[in-house]
Design a protein around this ligand. Structure first.
Ligand code: PMP
Length: 360
């Protein structure tokens, strides 16, 4: 069967080349007579793979030696809890910005651990916009400021890094990491689940300023401390070796595309084309404020929502799947991460035009 156009929000489409390399190497990795899944994480070949993947990620994102890079398990969800435990101490306030489902989830976990000041909450706009930064209620001595760079469900993405003075910025980047260039030096910490723009699920990337974790996490069990995993090269226990290998193949693929500047241009062009089709019709609509429209997750509605099911069924027949909006918001959503090619956007736009002609 031919490959289908997969608009899944995550786990999501991976580059065909990456999958084919993994397939070719599956039973005999590097002439070892074994799969990469069957070797020790402490073996020399695996350590070399792990080091190369980290070096490639550092090169792609421009991560300096001031930052630790970790390859962990537990997903972004586990980070929601580990961040307050590690980057703040009892008695300190942490600042969190709420812009949609995922930053709300992060808020609930922050509140389980610390006193949280909600800097602003976009509920009034149903999370289709972000309250004006001038209205944010920032804490001058907050342990850190947490926000979600791209809300996967709402399709709301920050185009710039919020300016919060000297407070370290902790950025949740699950659904837009590696989608465009990023100024890592503006952040205290960046974290992301791998299953959208990097590789398979089961791996979480954490990039964190070493000085922020050196003294943190007092009283925590070792396995919950960032410093434990940073000191152990993410191998305090067995890391997700296959996901790490796949991430390495993914980093290499992005490097071969030309790096994040090229990915960013392509992703912008893909998003512009799809928003253009939505805005240019009288039939489709995007709910998200112009300034915060995501390049990665594009929710849209039909003039007649009763046709959502027909749209999805006919799109699937035409080779385009996973276009249903998240159950919490409904409507439709196209997730167009790095591995979703321009051909997929062209096919979707043609299908949308045809669907509108028949049903508009
Ligand atoms: N944050 C964001 C922005 C997400 O899109 C998702 C998954 N859809 C999650 C968190 C949940 O992450 P995980 O399952 O890796 O814990």
């Amino acid at each position: 069967m031919a490959r289908i156009f997969n608009f899944s929000a995550g786990p999501a489409a991976l580059p065909l080349e990456v999958l084919e390399t993994a397939q070719a190497e599956l039973t005999d990795w590097q002439g070892s007579g074994m799969s990469v899944m069957e070797v020790s994480h402490r073996s020399k070949p695996f350590i070399a793979l792990a080091d190369q993947a980290e070096a490639d990620l550092r090169e792609l994102m421009g991560i300096s030696d001031d930052y630790a890079v970790m390859f962990l398990q537990g997903g972004a969800t586990q980070q929601f809890a580990l961040i307050p435990m590690n980057l703040s101490a009892a008695g300190q306030t942490v600042d969190q910005l709420v812009t949609g489902s995922w930053s709300k989830k992060a808020l609930s976990q922050g509140q389980a651990v610390r006193t949280v000041n909600v800097v602003a909450d976009g509920a009034e706009s149903s999370y289709t916009d972000v309250p004006a930064p001038e209205s944010w209620n920032l804490t001058a001595d907050a342990a850190y400021f947490h926000y979600c760079a791209n809300e996967t469900i709402g399709g709301l993405e920050f185009q710039t890094v919020p300016d919060v003075g000297n407070v370290p910025v902790v950025c949740h980047m699950s659904s837009n990491i590696l989608s465009r260039p990023v100024e890592v030096n503006k952040f205290g910490m960046i974290y992301a689940g791998a299953q959208k723009n990097i590789g398979p699920a089961g791996l979480t990337i954490v990039v964190v300023r070493k000085d922020l974790i050196a003294a943190g996490g007092k009283g925590l069990p070792d396995i919950l401390k960032y410093s434990t995993q940073a000191d152990a090269g993410s191998m305090s226990n067995t890391p997700p070796t296959f996901a790490w290998y796949m991430a390495g193949l993914g980093f290499d693929w992005i490097k071969r595309q030309g790096g994040l500047a090229v990915m960013g241009e392509l992703n912008k062009a893909k998003a512009d084309k799809l928003y253009g089709a939505i805005d240019g019709s009288g039939f489709y609509a995007s709910p998200v404020a112009l300034a915060y429209r995501s390049w990665m997750n594009i929710p849209f509605t039909l003039a007649n929502p009763d046709l959502d099911g027909v749209f999805l069924a006919q799109a699937a027949d035409a080779g385009m799947v996973n276009l249903k909006g998240h159950r919490s918001v409904g409507g439709l959503r196209a997730s167009i991460y790095n591995a979703v090619p321009m051909d997929a956007i062209d096919a979707l736009v043609s299908f949308m035009e045809e669907f509108e002609r028949k049903n508009g």
